[in-house]
Design a protein around this ligand. Structure first.
Ligand code: HEM
Length: 161
């Protein structure tokens, strides 16, 4: 906890915690980044599961940069929000579950995109690749539960969860 104590007393953390507009601005970034990340990855996952079959799967590759930008915005804004109350956030189980799910979902997305975009073949062959539908379905579940966790610890006293 020494590191977390130090972290929440750094000038940056105090700036985030005490400046009127810093926290709401970072929250807004976090929401927009989440929309970019889940909007793009969510569409890729849904396409694999059979939604909007007219969309060529290889074309959904163009959404990956949007997902990366969204993820980077969220990693940055999330870390900044975290610094403002690091000890309490880290003591929250829902926070820990969320971060774990984000790591798992990131690995999941990397495996899925490798399979989808490097295997070749038509759309029918791509969705028939072993494990691809399972990866797409579990990805949706991981991200949605991560968002739910984010909502829970943002609105309830951390020490209860
Ligand atoms: C990358 C995907 C991420 C998603 C989808 C996500 C999602 C969310 C959501 C839905 C909230 C609730 C916001 C609200 O309603 O006020 C939230 C809050 C928060 N997130 Fe994230 N998050 C992500 C990454 C991160 C990372 C990497 C960190 C830090 C290491 C982080 C730290 C936080 C903190 C500290 C809050 C609490 C804000 C508050 O209590 O007001 N997030 N996140």
């Amino acid at each position: 906890m020494n590191f977390l104590n130090w972290l929440q007393n750094t000038p940056v953390a105090i700036f985030v915690a005490e400046t009127l507009w810093a926290y709401p601005l970072l929250e807004t970034m976090h929401t927009l980044g989440m929309a970019m990340l889940l909007g793009s990855l969510g569409l890729i996952n849904l396409r694999v599961l059979g939604y909007k079959r007219a969309l060529p799967i290889i074309g959904t590759r163009d959404l990956l940069p949007v997902a990366w930008i969204g993820f980077s915005i969220n990693a940055f804004s999330g870390l900044m929000l975290f610094t403002s109350d690091a000890v309490n956030f880290f003591s929250s189980n829902t926070f820990r579950v969320k971060i774990t799910l984000i790591v798992i979902a990131g690995i999941n997305a990397a495996i899925l995109s490798r399979k989808l975009y490097t295997s070749g073949g038509d759309d029918a062959a791509l969705v028939a690749l072993p494990g691809v539908k399972g990866l797409a379905a579990s990805s949706l579940v991981f991200w949605v539960v991560a968002v739910i966790c984010g909502r829970i610890y943002a609105y309830y006293p951390y020490y209860s969860y």
